[in-house]
Design a protein around this ligand. Structure first.
Ligand code: ADP
Ligand code: ZN
Length: 215
């Protein structure tokens, strides 16, 4: 089963993707994580990527499609969760072609709806474990009081360089200009399922489970 989690920055895509990895043995393909890895590589490409990301812009389609193409070479029975990809119509077309080339298809596109005022509050409050990637949020899921990650025990929490108000405003604008048309695109293809992304993490996971269980 292959699915896309679609939604603005801060909608909770990464949090839900990680749950699906644990519960369903799926593979999370987060272009944001891949690009954060690329920027630490010290290459020229890494530097270009870092500049674009910190400003809150979108990295070129060529780069992200290339990253996804490489990952699809790995066989995976549990299926893929696309998290933060596709973000443009061109990426969406490319994904369709790549999946077809591997003899597989998309099973669902899950749009996580969250209102804009909630997004800014969520993003400014978030942090992640530097060791295992577990996501924390000062408002809804604070870091454990003993200072140790509840998942892996490390005590190395990080905040993202692009989780500040200015970059966030750009990320939201990029989302509305370039990514939100994908909602119509997948609706027209009959693949879109929309859920309420506000509320408890467990409740949202439940809505996703219901969709996937019907597939
Ligand atoms: P968020 O969903 O919170 O915005 P991500 O970790 O998915 O965070 O992405 C962080 C940044 O990485 C984006 O703002 C963008 O610069 C870049 N990025 C991630 N995925 C893509 C993509 N599919 N196409 C272009 N740029 C991307
Ligand atoms: Zn951890």
């Amino acid at each position: 089963m292959n699915i896309i989690l679609l939604g603005p920055p801060g909608a909770g895509k990464g949090t839900q993707a990680r749950r699906l990895v644990d519960e369903r043995n799926m593979i999370q393909l987060s272009t944001g994580d891949m690009l954060r890895e690329a920027r630490t590589s010290g290459t020229e490409m890494g530097q270009v990527v870092a500049d674009v990301m910190d400003r809150g812009g979108l990295v070129t389609d060529e780069i992200v499609i290339g990253l996804i193409e490489e990952k699809l070479e790995q066989d995976h029975g549990g299926g893929f969760i696309f998290d933060g990809f596709p973000r443009t119509l061109r990426q969406a077309d490319a994904l369709g072609e790549l999946l077809a080339k591997h003899g597989t298809t998309l099973d669902a596109v899950i749009e996580m709806q969250v209102d804009d005022s909630a997004l800014v509050a969520r993003i400014v409050a978030r942090s992640t474990c530097g060791a295992c990637g577990e996501v924390y949020n000062d408002l809804t899921k604070p870091q454990p009081t003993d200072g140790k990650c509840s998942k892996c025990g490390a005590s190395d929490f990080k905040r993202r360089a692009d989780d500040n108000e200015e970059s966030l405003r750009n990320r939201l604008m990029e989302y509305y200009k370039k990514t939100s048309p994908l909602i119509g695109y997948y609706y027209a293809k009959g693949e879109l399922k929309s859920i309420d992304g506000l509320g408890e993490i467990d409740a949202i996971a439940g809505q996703i489970r219901d969709i996937l269980d019907k597939k």
